[in-house]
Write a protein that binds this ligand. Structure first.
Ligand code: BGC
Length: 351
């Protein structure tokens, strides 16, 4: 007959061992759980296609055999964004542009909810390749501006640019001075943000293809190369009017633009002369991608052809070092911001 005490002792030892093993298992599970949580804090997970958003991910600790799930919230500041791809995958190519039905600022504002005050935008999911200020010389062309904003905002957002739209409005009734307004736009935009590229655009020109990216290149870029007004071709090889872009470096190399072209014509030829005198060449998209439409209009008042333009163009190389961004003077009269653009009204003086 076996001693019952011996049986009880055996049972007691076995139970203690099982309890100890259970405790050990729980301890190991807790240690792995804590370690895997620490690792997730140190190396936040990259969210392909959802970077910058807040997203819940269900994770299973790899090294634990326990079926344990938990949620981690990855916030925008945890996620390291990558540079946006070039060209942007959002581009659609040729666009239908027409001006028969009027568009309103309200409609354009509602259709572009991602815009920030002042006509600013940057992509959420990637770092834009360039910070671009878009400068529009302006006076009494509100209907044209509405079309420009309606068509350009969606295009610029698809191009994934970090951009701002600056409408530089010449105050008063003196003769118009396009190039001086462009200089003002350059100076004023830089006071606001660290722009590296400047697109100078007439208010009545709309690109017909979103692959014509409104950014800067190794050489100064002429973007409106194929205008309906000129039968979709360049009027002459040196033509640099309409829409162009320059990096800060390129712009500063030529001392910016001339301030003394009052009235229509010649200032874009002067800019071309400045660029070529500094050994730069014009970069252009091809004639298909570079197609654009101009909104037809009567000649503006106080913007008659400038009779001095031929003489001035002939002397660009002598005048460009003393007339430009280094001699620019103006007075800001008013700054207004809405979701679609920043409007800076300036007194640029008179002839
Ligand atoms: C003027 C330019 C203008 C071009 C096309 C030239 O004669 O000097 O300013 O852009 O014609 O109209």
């Amino acid at each position: 007959m076996r001693d019952p005490n011996v049986n009880f002792n055996f049972l007691h030892k076995t139970c203690t061992l099982v309890v100890l093993l259970c405790c050990l298992h729980i301890c190991v599970t807790v240690v792995y759980y804590v370690r895997s949580q620490q690792q997730n804090h140190q190396n936040p997970r990259k969210l392909d296609g959802h970077a910058g958003t807040s997203e819940a991910i269900t994770e299973v600790p790899k090294s634990s055999s326990t079926l344990l799930t938990f949620n981690i919230t990855v916030t925008e500041k945890d996620v390291q964004l990558e540079k946006c791809p070039d060209p942007s995958p959002l581009l659609v190519g040729p666009l239908r542009i027409e001006f028969s039905n009027p568009v309103s600022l309200e409609q354009t504002t509602n259709e572009n909810p991602a815009l920030q005050m002042g006509g600013r935008f940057k992509p959420k999911d990637c770092i834009a390749l360039q910070k671009v200020a878009i400068i529009i010389p302006f006076r009494k062309r509100d209907e044209h501006l509405k079309f420009w904003l309606y068509y350009l905002h969606p295009i610029l957002q698809r191009q994934q640019l970090d951009y701002g739209v600056y409408v530089i409005n010449q105050d008063g009734e003196e003769t118009f001075n396009r190039a001086k307004l462009l200089n003002v736009g350059y100076a004023e935009a830089l006071k606001e943000y660290d722009y590296e590229c400047f697109v100078f655009s007439d208010v009545d020109l709309i690109p017909m293809d979103d692959r014509n990216t409104y950014k800067c290149f190794n050489q100064p870029r002429h973007l409106s190369v194929s205008m309906d007004k000129f039968g979709f071709r360049l009027p002459y090889n040196q033509y640099f009017g309409g829409v162009s872009s320059m990096s800060k470096d390129q712009y500063l190399k030529i001392n910016g633009f001339p301030n003394n072209y009052w009235g229509w014509g010649g200032e874009d030829d002067d800019i071309y002369n400045r660029l070529s005198s500094k050994g730069m060449v014009i970069s252009r998209p091809n004639g298909v991608i570079g197609k654009c439409r101009m909104i037809r209009h009567e000649r503006d008042q106080k913007n008659d052809p400038n009779p001095q333009r031929f003489d001035r163009i002939a002397h660009t190389r002598e005048t460009m070092h003393t007339d430009g961004i280094n001699s620019l003077s103006y007075n800001v009269v008013k700054v207004e911001k809405n979701k679609l653009f920043t409007k800076i009204t300036v007194d640029v003086g008179k002839q």
